[in-house]
Design a protein around this ligand. Structure first.
Ligand SMILES: Nc1ncnc2c1ncn2[C@@H]1O[C@H](COP(=O)(O)OP(=O)(O)OP(=O)(O)O)[C@@H](O)[C@H]1O
Ligand SMILES: [Mg+2]
Length: 283
């Protein structure tokens, strides 16, 4: 068996966060999971593929004043390193003009693969690339799904928002047939959970009936901290490091890192030997 490659030689695992429904915590999940990965010593890039630029803003960067952005990467093949800014994690920024990228790319040959091509160049620089997508299944999301190894689908715990998953699955099937045969849903993440309501519990039951163990064991509860942190240009892990909100994304990171499908990033839990326990405590 081959030995585990050193982290410097590893190729990034690319995860897209997608759901065509708006406001289900795609951006919140992409950013906070990315920061949780970073906390465990991984090198992480976030790519903001949403013209709303919420992820970019959540790291304190104003998409209205960004001059070089993912627009240039996708439309003009600008090297992605040129649009990466270093914040809590590295961010490949969106700008307001990303809204025009779908039309600008429409006549381009290989338009679905622009992001994949751009990411190939930095694949050795990162352990994880987290791509935030807009609430639609247009060319920007198709680029993300084509570049991705895995898809994480945040879902609000409501019956109606779960119906949209079928449409996402159909799009993924089309992507697999034409562009990226191996892309798959890594997991479905129940978000914005109001643990007090029966409806939220029922919604999770329906999710589990339909998607079985593809529903993550981690759940993200509703708390105002998630709305507060982006205003300060921070992840919740930085905004309130010891809070429940931060912990929920750390738990999700651990759940993912433990999966064999996330390959090559084992968690090393230090074991305590009897000898160490018996050793005298030196200050
Ligand atoms: N667990 C949570 N509890 C409370 N509020 C949350 C939670 N997660 C996200 N939010 C808030 O809900 C709103 C929508 O979240 P977010 O922007 O992450 O969703 P989205 O799916 O990326 O939306 P869009 O489709 O518009 O891109 C934001 O104001 C965010 O701060
Ligand atoms: Mg978003």
């Amino acid at each position: 068996m081959e030995s585990q490659p050193h982290s410097q030689q590893r190729t990034a695992k690319v995860i897209a966060f997608a759901n065509q429904k708006g406001g289900v915590a795609k951006t919140t999940t992409a950013l906070n999971l990315a920061v949780a990965f970073q906390e465990t010593g991984h090198r992480v890039l976030c790519v903001d593929m949403d013209p709303q630029g919420n992820l970019t803003m959540s790291q304190g960067i104003d998409p209205d004043t960004v001059e070089e952005s993912m627009y240039d990467v996708l439309v003009h093949d600008m090297p992605i390193r040129q649009v990466i800014r270093k914040r809590e994690i590295d961010v490949a920024c969106a700008s307001i003009d990303l809204a025009g990228a779908e039309i600008a790319m429409s006549a381009k040959i290989g338009r679905e693969r622009s992001l994949q091509k751009a990411l190939n160049v930095v694949a050795e620089d990162y352990d994880f690339v987290c791509i935030d997508t807009p609430p639609s299944l247009g060319l920007l999301t198709i680029n993300a799904l084509t570049a991705a190894h895995k898809v994480i689908v945040p879902v609000q715990c409501e019956y109606l928002s779960m119906r949209g998953l079928i449409q996402l699955q159909n799009t993924l099937q089309m992507i697999r047939e034409n562009l990226n045969p191996d892309v798959e849903i890594e997991g479905i993440l129940p978000t914005l959970m109001d643990t007090r309501t029966v409806h939220a519990k029922e919604a999770i039951e329906i999710l589990e009936e339909n998607f079985g163990d593809r529903v993550f064991a981690s759940r993200i509860r509703k708390t105002i901290r998630f709305a507060e942190a982006p205003v300060k240009g921070m992840s919740v892990l930085k905004y309130e490091p010891n809070g429940v909100a931060a912990q929920s994304y750390r738990d999700l990171a651990q759940e993912l890192l433990a999966k064999p499908s996330m390959g090559g990033v084992p968690i090393v839990v230090p074991t305590t030997t009897d000898q160490e326990v018996a050793a005298p405590h030196v200050q």
